[in-house]
Design a protein around this ligand. Sequence first.
Ligand SMILES: CC(C)(COP(=O)(O)OP(=O)(O)OC[C@H]1O[C@@H](n2cnc3c(N)ncnc32)[C@H](O)[C@@H]1OP(=O)(O)O)[C@@H](O)C(=O)NCCC(=O)NCCS
Length: 178
Amino acid sequence: MKLSDYINNKPVLHTDRLTLRTLQPLDADDLRQWLSQKEIYRYWGKPAGKADKDPSLLFAKPAKPTKSFHWGIVENASHKVVGEMWVYLIEGDRMAKLAIRLAPSCHGKGLATEATREVVRFCFEETELRRLWTDVDVRNTASVRVLEKSGFQREGLIRQGKMVSTWCDYYIYGAIKS
Ligand SMILES: CC(C)(COP(=O)(O)OP(=O)(O)OC[C@H]1O[C@@H](n2cnc3c(N)ncnc32)[C@H](O)[C@@H]1OP(=O)(O)O)[C@@H](O)C(=O)NCCC(=O)NCCS
């Protein structure tokens, strides 16, 4: 399928422990539980925004048609939304940026790696995307590990650059369809 085929029909992705699906208004309570935790934003590149503080705002307006993907990450065991994943900033239908965040209570269990690997597989096998990339603060060791375990390579170091809206040293990581 092509990215354009998913505009009005976002896919649901499955892994052993997770389901990645479009967020729904009833998910706001799950999101509120962990999006209020400061450690999520330590290396996120920007502080918590309005919708991070009040996730019900995500559903205040009808979603705009887009080729980008924004999945809620549901832990199958608890049925709770414990994370979010984005594939966005799509350029030329061949390159996109990836971002992920997980509830602190779920860190260190390999869940981010599990979700990222499945999203990489989906992008390269089920869309025409050929390159995924992301920027990651050099201090964000957990994210670096997740990316490297998911097939991303370190492509560069930007010193004292602007990562989203914060100034820091950050790496560029990329994965190529091969
Ligand atoms: C980045 C993030 C998604 C990782 O989630 P996670 O589920 O804990 O990731 P995983 O369990 O799959 O892998 C984490 C790896 O980092 C390692 N790690 C975690 N913290 C570490 C630290 N402080 N020092 C060294 N290694 C660390 C873990 O040991 C694990 O590696 P291993 O499997 O080789 O042992 C999570 O930390 C998060 O949501 N952070 C806040 C948002 C964020 O920064 N997102 C990324 C933006 S680029």
